[in-house]
Design a protein around this ligand. Structure first.
Ligand code: ADP
Length: 374
């Protein structure tokens, strides 16, 4: 039996003490930049905190720290992530009047990516990921080059839905290569950490993991990057909205009141960060009995349409509660790819057309100089 000695936190810190921060002239441990050290079964995870403005230039520091930790006895793998120190909160100064297309100052475009659509939901389990995958495929069916980023760092499900479960991301020192499936380019946290790793990411680490995925994936030229956002309306969401310029958001909800109340929070959050809401998709809207063909409105059909009217967000369409939708995504062949002529796929394709038109309108409107508001 091979017995590997588990490295101690002290050993790891000792190795990291040998890494200087050239900007600040001392080592990263004494400067208090290292946090969240976790050691489990030889896998060492830690965060290096840097000011947000420096984040994009600090990859060499992260790589040096990761290599130093990897050299310690008993270490089988290292996950070192850069954490951007929280940007200062906006002051209490009066908000600018109707900032039509304002992004936080640190929001940077992703090279080669023309538009970004965030698929979000106020709560988990409403079919956000299923919608994101099928919407991405619907946009691709319309002739666009589409990428899909699984930013649901707590529970990545895109690898399974695209039949890529168990695959690992290929990377060189600086970049991660996107995977290909059904004509989509895809990246997920699931390609970076093994499926059985508990996702005990603390807030700053989620933020950092997200930023690394946004900044280090080589997408090539994309017409649209669809982002399967984290569920809820928490910090990870805000990070996303502040890190990259989102062209528009699609909110997924089931028709129940509780889900709709959460969807409303999602819409409000995007409004707060000046991201246009393309509209609401009602998922699991109605059920058609496979035996008798009778339609039942299990969750009270039409709630999302009414909610859309109330909030002024467009209603994008409804998707039935349907066994084939679940079975195809569980099997790694989403319905839009597996059977594009089916009524279920047609529902997604119709939503895809509306979203494509909204992307084009939004890009035409924002092709002038961008407004940055400090
Ligand atoms: P979320 O991303 O909101 O957590 P998922 O997309 O993972 O939700 O969906 C949760 C479960 O519901 C999955 O098993 C999925 O296959 C199923 N599901 C999603 N949409 C539908 C639908 N329209 N009909 C039937 N099952 C669905």
């Amino acid at each position: 039996m091979i017995f590997r000695r588990q490295p101690s936190e002290k050993t790891i810190l000792g190795a990291l003490k040998r890494i200087p921060d050239p900007i600040r002239g001392s080592n990263i441990v004494d400067l208090g930049m290292v946090s969240d050290i976790q050691i489990k079964d030889g896998v060492v995870t830690f965060a290096i905190e840097v000011p947000a403005a420096e984040a994009k230039d600090r990859e060499p520091l992260r790589a040096a720290a990761a290599a130093a930790a990897a050299n310690c006895a008993g270490v089988s793998r290292v996950n070192a992530v850069l954490t951007a120190a929280a940007p200062p909160r906006p002051s209490a100064a009066p908000a600018p009047v109707a900032p039509q297309r304002a992004h936080a100052p640190q929001s940077l475009e992703i090279p080669g990516v023309r538009a970004i659509v965030a698929v979000a939901s106020g709560k988990g389990g409403v079919g956000k990921s299923t919608t994101a995958v099928n919407l991405a495929l619907a946009l691709a069916a319309g002739g666009r080059k589409v990428g899909l980023l699984d930013a649901d760092v707590y529970g990545p499900s895109i690898p399974r839905m695209l039949g890529l479960e168990g695959q690992r991301a290929e990377s060189d020192q600086k970049t991660l290569r996107a995977k290909e499936a059904f004509g989509l380019r895809a990246m997920s946290m699931g390609f970076l950490v093994p499926g059985d790793t508990p996702m005990v990411w603390r807030g700053p680490m989620v933020t950092s993991a997200l930023q690394q995925m946004l900044r280090t994936v080589q997408w090539g030229e994309l017409d649209v990057l669809v982002i399967d956002s984290p569920p809820g309306t928490g910090d990870a969401h805000l990070t996303l909205a502040q890190t990259v310029p989102i062209t528009g958001a699609v909110i997924v909800s089931t028709p129940q009141d509780v889900a709709l109340a959460d969807a409303r929070k999602g819409i409000a959050m995007f409004h707060k960060v000046a991201v246009p809401v393309f509209g609401i998709v009602e998922n699991m809207s109605y059920f058609i009995c496979t035996h008798c063909g009778e339609r039942s409105e299990i969750f009270g059909y039409g709630g999302a349409r009414r909610e859309a009217e109330r909030t002024g967000a467009p209603f994008l369409g409804e998707i039935p509660l349907d066994t084939r939708i679940r079975e195809t995504s569980d099997a790694g062949t989403p319905i839009v790819a597996a059977d594009p002529a089916s009524p279920q796929a047609q529902a997604y394709l119709a939503i895809g057309k509306k979203v494509a038109a909204m992307i084009d309108d939004e890009l035409a409107e924002t092709s002038g100089p961008k407004i940055f508001i400090e």
